[in-house]
Write a protein that binds this ligand. Structure first.
Ligand SMILES: Nc1ncnc2c1ncn2[C@@H]1O[C@H](COP(=O)(O)OP(=O)(O)OP(=O)(O)O)[C@@H](O)[C@H]1O
Ligand SMILES: [Mg+2]
Length: 547
């Protein structure tokens, strides 16, 4: 017999780890770290999928969400949409196989992107209650609805179908998912209620009918009948590819030469650019993609970096738009001042993105405490991991003091402000699979800062004006309190008590004339030139800040 070394012994313990097994143990990576979050994540994954599916099929989404308390920390979650439905063969894989989906390989602005969301929810449910997911799907009014019960085999990451039958369903088309899971229901920050409310703000075209486990049904009715413009899918931009991805693309490509590969499989590479890249890489244009080895691929990456390539097309990202965004915020937040900006697209690692921001100040907003930040990515609210989010870095690194808002160095500003930040991108760089926070790409943080600065300048002007008006009103009321005393003294001095009323009136008129009318606080930044000096000061401070 061959000699047995330690390595042989260790080899016995070395084997494949199935993805499902991995995530079963690392459920926190997918947003299932505790019972509260599990409920939110499950509903979020199902609702995001439903809205995506409706939009892709150009249907105005109407989503029903129901949470039923089953006792003992067990809840039944039902999410139903009026989308395109799902064909029979796909149902098991979509709901009971991790990393299976239609969005991962597309560079397109969508809510989902990884192909893990809903199957992770099904797996968590199965793990905590042992129950399968129950799916109903109808793809056309003339077709029967299909009902299926599916489970994940976590050893193999493959679906198991427990039952499959046709059934009657009142809907013309759509998908309904029903899962039982261990969870805790609560209200307030980071709750399902909060997520649905914010979803309605950022998706004015969506109607959500929500039945919480206790209390009345909540109707979040759409405020816009307009379907969002369908975003275009784009090819990857050369600046965004890394070695591994490039080698995979070279392996899969249908093209015959490396030049053709560059031109057809990437965006913004024409004849001339392809030639420049290949010259910089020292690779012949006729080389077959399959002949490109690792060393050559590295040279190709270097060639790409050294070549000036036009930025990717940006019509693939669809902003919400300043008007709709502000409308949504106004519906939810009662403030005295609002400002909104939708920035032009920019690029990080070859991926187009844009940042939109909306700010509400004063009014009914809580005066004490930090500025309230609402974060959104491709129209999905982000409720966790605020501290580790690139958005937050953009907020704390902006100098808010110059806008009249308190802030200690490097921390969240303090004051009655609600700030909405939205990133739209063909690929949102999340910090983890749970899709809770945006990674710290300098290009994104810079855009966030520029957006806040635009809003901040208007806010600064408003706060200044408010201060000025406030000071004037204080002065006036001070003088007004003395008018009766002065009138008294004057009537005594001239000994004409009958003149008392007219004296008092004259003094008031005099005050009005001398101090002029009190300015209105209605705010139009474009018509406010008198604070230009203040504005210059703010911009100068910002430039200094940038450095
Ligand atoms: N309600 C639905 N109607 C139609 N198709 C759906 C629905 N829900 C899911 N799908 C399809 O199932 C696929 C897998 O969904 P899943 O949530 O697991 O991944 P994803 O949405 O692609 O990405 P992510 O992991 O980021 O959520 C989707 O890509 C979509 O094609
Ligand atoms: Mg999804």
């Amino acid at each position: 017999m061959d000699k047995q070394y330690k390595a042989h012994e260790l080899a016995k313990g070395q084997r494949d780890i199935s993805i499902a097994e991995f995530f079963e143990r690392n459920r926190h990576l997918l947003g299932f770290d505790n019972k509260r979050k599990a409920l939110l994540t499950t509903i979020k994954e199902a609702v995001d999928n439903s809205i995506d599916a409706c939009e892709e099929s150009e249907i105005l989404p109407e989503i029903i969400v129901e949470i039923i308390d089953m006792g003992n920390d067990k809840y039944r979650v039902v999410v139903e949409d009026n989308g395109p439905g799902i064909v029979k063969e796909q149902i098991p894989k979509i709901f009971a196989k991790l990393l299976y989906g239609s969005k991962f390989h597309k560079l397109k602005m969508q809510r989902g992107q990884q192909g893990i969301g809903i199957s992770a929810a099904v797996m968590y449910a199965q793990l905590t209650t042992g129950k399968p997911a129950r799916i109903t799907s109808k793809i056309h009014k003339d077709e029967p609805a299909l009902y299926m019960e599916v489970k994940i085999n976590t050893d193999t990451n493959n679906p198991e179908v427990l039952s499959s039958e046709n059934k009657e369903w009142y809907k013309e088309q759509g998908t309904r998912i029903e899962i039982d899971l261990e969870a805790t229901y609560f209200k307030g920050k980071q709750s399902v209620d909060e997520y649905l409310k914010q979803t309605a703000i950022i998706n004015p075209h969506v109607t959500i009918i929500y039945q919480p486990p206790k209390g009345d049904q909540i109707m979040l009715v759409r405020v816009s009948e307009e379907k969002p413009v369908l975003p275009n899918e784009i090819k990857p931009h050369p600046y965004g590819v890394e070695l591994g991805m490039l080698m995979k693309m070279l392996e899969k490509t249908q093209t015959k030469t490396v030049k053709q590969f560059l031109r057809e499989d990437f965006s913004k590479v024409g004849n001339k650019t392809a030639e420049d890249i290949l010259e910089n890489a020292g690779i012949l244009s006729k080389t077959k993609p399959k002949q490109i080895n690792r060393d050559m691929a590295e040279r190709l990456i270097k060639g790409i970096r050294e070549t000036k390539i036009m930025m990717p097309p940006t019509d693939c990202i669809v902003p919400i738009g300043a008007d709709l965004l502000e409308k949504g915020l106004k519906k939810e937040v009662n403030a005295e001042f609002y400002a909104t900006v939708s920035r032009s697209p920019n690029v990080y690692r070859g991926n187009p993105f844009l940042v939109e921001a909306s700010l509400a100040f004063g009014g009914m907003i809580e005066k004490e405490g930090s500025v309230e930040l609402m974060r959104f990515a491709n129209r999905v609210p982000l409720l966790y991991q605020q501290g580790g989010c690139g958005f937050t870095e953009g907020v704390v690194k902006t100098g808010w003091k110059s806008y009249g808002i308190q802030q200690s160095n490097g921390s969240m500003p303090q004051g009655p402000v609600v700030l909405v930040l939205h990133i739209a991108s063909v690929w949102v760089p999340f910090t983890s699979e749970a899709k809770e926070a945006i990674a710290h790409y300098p290009e994104i943080i810079k855009e966030v800062k520029l957006a806040i600065q635009e809003l901040g300048r208007d806010l600064g002007k408003y706060i200044n004006k408010k201060k000025k008006v406030g000071a004037e009103l204080k002065k006036r009321s001070y003088i007004e309190t003395y008018i009766p005393h002065i009138t008294e003294a004057l009537t005594e001095l001239i000994d004409k008590p009958e003149e008392k009323d007219s004296l008092s009136k004259n003094l008031s008129v005099l005050l009005e004339k001398q101090r002029g009318e009190v300015e209105s606080l209605d705010f139009d930044p474009t018509k406010n030139t008198e604070y230009d000096e203040e504005l210059k000061k703010i911009s100068m401070e910002e430039e200094y800040d940038e450095e």
